[in-house]
Design a protein around this ligand. Structure first.
Ligand SMILES: Cc1cc2nc3c(=O)[nH]c(=O)nc-3n(C[C@H](O)[C@H](O)[C@H](O)COP(=O)(O)OP(=O)(O)OC[C@H]3O[C@@H](n4cnc5c(N)ncnc54)[C@H](O)[C@@H]3O)c2cc1C
Length: 809
């Protein structure tokens, strides 16, 4: 065996082979794939091969569409048959709520350019004569979906990679991984040791075990999944036209044709994790013992949908394991805390996702960034809490049994919760808080007044919690509101090299001591990688605040760029600091009596930071706002949270202080046009496109992304993030939230990245990237929400308090 390779990929399933193929396509051919068994011997060989492009996520839809296109042309390219069958797919709708799901999905498909229609029972009957269509209301028809032979497609990509010079070594289990001081790896196998610049963990459900070889704990658990294969069914014997793949989503199974019979795959309740503690070392190309009882309920429903199943002979009930993560999406990217260790594993739908995932992963490795926004797959979306096995199992089981559940917007699912709570949790719950989880933290979404309904019934339309949100945002605009923002991620960056590091990372100028600044950190292409607030505590000490969801991601970005000479210490202090946000015109009346600090504008101006004492609580007070009102973020040692909360709510009562939740913040921030990373700003967009040029200091010296921004500034941007108002009459049931197509003269010109009612403005506000000529204030547009058009107009942002007089107090 060779002794060195630039990249060693561990795992020869469909995913590892796709990565190898795409690396080769990008010109990286000094690569070696190590497979402990035969190619496809893991989950790949026994998969049903379904290739759907239907996903609630636009980014994942695009990834799936690329995969399907690739599979269709692989055979011509490699000479290896792939047998992609473009039979299309239909998801049935048997309950009215499902229709909103498909209408919403149709908008997403339109944005992605995916053929998609909602068809009636008659058309479904024509395409699938063997179905009983009792209670079927409609179907979601995706004509370019289909299925593929998983082994053939893997072999085709393996061949494509080999033809370009990549090497594959089978029957070579990786036993150990040892990192060298220069960041390279020794990959230890029975056949010898390979020195690799980069190691990729593409080990599927072994991903957790391979991660352990490198010293990391990845949130993956294998789950059992079964499908049955029938003997030939007379109605399916030729001549007959092959039916599309059908998913009876309420009954929770898929069905497709296979050798004149059927494959029926249930997603049952109470699914079974398998070997969660570690896969037996000798487990190879094997199946698990089938379990009819486990899927009997779903099979009964399948028999009533397909009467021919009653009499069909059973050829096989197949049970195999495949990997799941806490949110059902795979893990992709450089693993935080390690050098040169990339992960591409945890796929539950790896056959259809491998093509797009392999391409984006290869780009990430070779070019430094993937083409598409991969945040939903980014391994850094999970904090360390997510790897605890009981949590992974609880969440993965929920994902499994909800495979076909309606993915309602705003819905907060219960598995594995509550996990991270701050000291105010019980107090807030007693005061009516309805919680949502972000990065494991429980956070108040809204507060239910005593005796009122919770307002959390899932819907695509106007939600039940809206009246509570309206009251809470009014409190902030007219009086004062208090929001528990402890889930904010917080780091301290200190040491003689701290200023140099942050200055190189940030597009904005760093603040003076005692001041805070909002800044973006950019990729070399100028995309917005992080959006943070930095406070300078001392010349060589900074306090960095970012969103809960990006705790691991942003920390990793800073740590990866930190010098290794010990001149900078980066410490994650998230769990030691509580945060209460006090905002509203009467905030000073609430805070003033509790502190000797001078809170006047002169002594404590906007964007200042001071250590003050509130009651007996030491507080790092930041005069910053995400609401557009006068206010402070009160950061404090977390053990003081209750005392601080009690003080504020007691004195605040006279000023009309109200508890508020994150939903109100959604509205308040859009009224002010404030951006939210991962929603309306991402690494796909630069600050110039996102309308954040005022935070870029080209004159401050070099920073990552500067050159790309200068090039873009000189060339001019073609798209810009525009603010729209959307014409919804009172009583309209539509509730856009982001993800809806934006049209001009009937042509798709963009889509809403975010949308929410602005209560102080009295209109619904949306943000959409638009071609620059369409971004002029007053441009008339339309927005398509659940298939219905509403007028929209481009407006100048922000809509609320344009001069910023209120936040300056
Ligand atoms: C019954 C069933 C039906 C399915 N149907 C579908 C479907 O219709 N559509 C779909 O998209 N997905 C489907 N899936 C899921 C799909 O099979 C997986 O997501 C996919 O195969 C994962 O591919 P992979 O390459 O990540 O993992 P694997 O195929 O498991 O490959 C990982 C490889 O790593 C190797 N390996 C592990 N440890 C080591 C080591 N230490 N050294 C060297 N090599 C190692 C293993 O031998 C294995 O070959 C199904 C799964 C099951 C169980």
């Amino acid at each position: 065996m060779r002794t060195g390779a630039r990249v060693v990929v561990i795992g020869g399933g469909v995913v590892g082979c796709s990565l190898l193929y795409h690396l080769a396509k990008l010109g990286w051919r000094d690569t070696l794939l190590l497979e402990k068994n035969e190619l496809t011997a893991g989950s790949t060989w026994h998969a049903a091969g379904l290739c759907t492009q239907f996903s609630a996520s636009l980014n994942i839809t695009r990834l799936l569409m690329y995969g399907v296109e690739l599979y269709k042309q692989l055979e011509a390219e490699t000479g290896q048959s792939v047998d992609f069958r473009e039979v299309g797919s239909i998801r049935l709708a048997t309950v009215p709520e499902r229709l909103d799901h498909y209408r919403d999905q149709r908008g997403l498909a339109r944005i992605a350019g995916l053929p998609f229609e909602i068809i009636g029972p008659e058309e479904i009957g024509r395409l699938c004569p063997i179905l009983s269509l009792d209670n079927v209301l409609a179907g979601a028809w995706t004509p370019t979906d289909g299925y593929v032979d998983p082994s053939s497609v893997t072999q085709a990509m393996a061949k494509g990679a080999r033809d370009l010079g990549a090497e594959i070594q089978r029957h070579t289990p990786v036993r150990a991984l040892q990192q060298l001081p220069n960041g390279e790896w020794d990959v230890v196998t029975d056949a010898g040791t390979v020195r690799a610049e980069i190691v990729v963990n593409a080990g599927g459900m072994w991903g957790r075990d391979i991660g352990k070889l490198a010293g990391v704990d990845l949130p993956i658990v294998p789950m059992e999944h079964q499908y049955l294969v029938t003997d030939a069914i007379p109605a399916l014997v030729p001549p007959h036209r092959e039916m599309p793949v059908v998913r009876d989503v309420e009954a929770s199974f898929y069905v497709r044709e296979e050798a004149h019979g059927l494959i029926v795959g249930p997603y049952e309740r109470n699914p079974k994790p398998w070997s969660a503690q570690g896969i037996p070392p000798d487990f190879g190309q094997q199946l698990l013992a089938p379990d009819f009882d486990q899927i009997e309920d779903v099979l009964n429903l399948a028999r009533s949908r397909i009467p021919a199943l009653e009499s069909a002979g059973l050829k096989q009930l197949l049970c195999g394991p495949t990997s799941y993560t806490p949110d059902g999406n795979a893990l992709m990217g450089w693993v935080p805390g390690l050098r040169n260790f990339f992960v591409l594993t945890g796929f539950s739908y790896g056959i259809v996702q491998a093509g797009g995932a392999g391409r984006n992963a290869a780009e990430w490795i070779v070019e430094g960034e993937p083409t598409e926004d991969m945040w939903e797959l980014d391994v850094r979306r999970f904090g360390p809490h997510a790897s605890a096995l009981p949590f992974v199992i609880a969440r993965a089981s929920e994902v499994y049994e909800r495979e076909y559940a309606i993915p309602y917007p705003f819905e907060e699912l219960p598995a594995g919760r509550p996990l991270k709570t701050d000291p105010l949790y019980d107090r807030l719950a007693a005061r009516g808080a309805v919680f949502g989880a972000r990065n494991g933290w429980e956070r108040p979404m809204w507060f239910v007044p005593h005796g009122q309904p919770r307002g959390d019934e899932p819907t695509y339309r106007v939600p039940g919690w809206l009246p509570y949100e309206i009251e809470e945002s009014r409190a902030v605009r007219e009086r004062a509101g208090l929001l528990d923002m402890t889930s904010f991620a917080k780091y301290e960056v200190r040491g003689p090299g701290a200023e140099g590091l942050l200055d190189r990372l940030c597009a904005n100028r760093l603040p003076q001591v005692g001041r805070a600044a909002l800044t973006q950190m950019l990729t070399p292409r100028g995309g917005i990688e992080c959006d943070v607030t930095i406070t300078r505590l001392a010349e060589d000490r900074f306090y960095v605040i970012t969103a809960a969801a990006t705790e691991t991601h942003d920390l990793d970005w800073i740590e990866r760029h930190a010098p290794s000479d010990g001149s900078v210490v980066v410490e994650n202090v998230t769990d030691s600091w509580g945060v209460l946000m006090l905002a509203g015109p009467r905030s000073r009346e609430v805070l003033g009596p509790l502190t000797e600090a001078d809170l006047s504008n002169r002594a404590f101006p906007f964007m200042a930071a001071q250590d003050i004492v509130v009651g007996s609580v030491p507080v790092r007070a930041l005069r910053v706002t995400y609401t557009g009102e006068l206010g402070w973020e009160l950061h404090h040692p977390i053990e003081h949270s209750r005392a601080l909360y009690n003080l504020l709510t007691e004195t605040g009562a006279a000023a009309g202080l109200a508890d508020i939740g994150y939903r109100a913040l959604d509205s308040l921030r859009l009224e002010k046009g404030y951006r939210l990373w991962g929603v309306d700003i991402t690494s796909q967009w630069t600050p110039l496109e996102a309308g954040l040029e005022r935070f870029v200091r080209f004159d401050k010296g070099d920073f990552i992304g500067r050159e790309a921004l200068i090039r873009q500034r000189d060339a001019g941007i073609s798209q810009t993030l525009a603010c729209l108002t959307i014409d919804l009459e009172p009583g309209d049931s539509l509730f856009p939230r982001g993800g809806e197509p934006v049209l001009s003269d009937d042509k798709l010109v963009g889509y809403l990245r975010a949308a929410h009612p602005g209560h102080a403005i009295g209109t619904t506000i949306g943000l959409s990237y638009l071609p620059v000529p369409l971004s002029a204030s007053g441009t008339p547009l339309e927005v398509e929400i659940l298939g219905e058009r509403r007028g929209a107009t481009v407006v100048e942002a922000p809509l609320y308090d344009r001069e910023g007089a209120r936040m300056r107090g």
